[in-house]
Design a protein around this ligand. Structure first.
Ligand SMILES: [Zn+2]
Length: 312
């Protein structure tokens, strides 16, 4: 079967090429009892194994709590290995900040390791949607061999419905707060008061342009204000480096969203075509940031459509 053989050889070469370029997954301690791994500031690709989001973990005296599951089962298994390097304790919980592909394709590895998956119940809708299935199908093509036919969508074991849930693990209080709908309907943030550490999911980006997607930026801005209330000492975002100056970073994300809404809102109100409004808008404060080219135009366009809707 020469054809099959050829495919096999190609597959192996692809794996080797992808591995050659793979970023190292290395857990870095960022606070007492807290570690995190940082994904690349890039779009998901076979070369980066869809390692484009962060995950973190808290080592309590009675098991480990992980926040987010990374973008492929391979990455999740590597994170599990990193956790083992730090502590012999089992992973008790994985908290899903939101059901976006790059944060959840690793869930099955944590499930297999015996962890309880916790997410907000608003995530059910996406999880059961055609969009989620289609996205997975597309990822199997685009992110092979890291996402394949064995990669599946994993439902939560515990769907949270309250605005705030307190999870007591060992001697630590883990505050899980629903701050959606913002980036997604099901957005959760995780705060550990004893440590002053906040896991912000994709509500907060440090030093890069966020993907706004279908998010309601008005609600997102309101959620950012709520994060400020925690007065965190350290923020671990869904993407990009840890913030030790969370206030400045919260302000940058908020200001970017406000800027999108102001420029695109004005255009929508004046019935100015998107292209013209986009070309005319002043992006100088943001165009030097990573992912500006990849994300800004789509963010502006989505905001333009949103502002048209809001204006009706
Ligand atoms: Zn994300």
């Amino acid at each position: 079967m020469p054809h099959r053989l050829l495919l096999l050889v190609l597959g192996v070469l692809l794996c080797v090429a992808a591995r050659g370029a793979e970023p190292a997954l290395k857990a870095v301690q960022v606070a007492d009892r807290v570690w995190f791994v940082q994904g690349e500031a890039a779009l998901g690709s076979p070369a980066n194994r869809n390692f484009i989001s962060n995950a973190g973990f808290i080592v309590t005296d009675d098991g480990v709590v992980v926040v987010d599951a990374l973008g492929s089962p391979t990455l999740a298994n590597e994170l599990l290995a990193e956790i083992k390097r730090v502590t012999p304790q089992p992973v008790r919980y994985v908290i899903v900040t939101h059901y976006h592909a790059d944060h959840i394709y690793g869930l099955q590895a944590f499930k297999a390791a015996g962890a309880t998956v916790v997410a907000h119940s608003a995530g059910r809708e996406y999880l059961n949607s055609d969009t989620a299935q289609k996205r997975l199908e597309a990822s199997r093509q685009e992110l092979a061999p890291w996402i394949d036919k064995d990669t599946r969508l994993v439902t939560a074991d515990r769907w949270l419905a309250d605005e705030q849930t307190l999870l007591r693990v060992g001697s630590y209080d883990i505050v899980i707060r629903h701050v959606g709908p913002a980036h997604t309907a099901e957005d959760l943030v995780v705060f550990v008061p004893q440590l002053g550490v906040l896991f912000s999911g994709d509500l907060f980006f440090r030093g890069r342009i966020p993907f706004v997607g279908q998010a309601d930026s008005r609600l997102w801005i309101a959620s950012l204000e709520r994060l400020i209330d925690y007065k965190p000492r350290l923020v671990i975002p869904g993407h990009g480096p840890v913030s030790t100056d969370p206030m400045a970073d919260l302000v940058l994300t908020r200001d970017y969203l406000v800027h999108l809404r102001r420029t695109m809102g004005e255009a929508a109100r004046n019935l100015e075509p998107f292209e013209e409004a986009y070309a005319r808008a002043d992006w100088s404060r943001y165009e030097g940031l990573p992912l500006f080219r990849a994300a800004n135009r789509m963010n502006a366009y989505n905001t333009y459509l949103l502002m048209e809707q809001e204006g009706k």
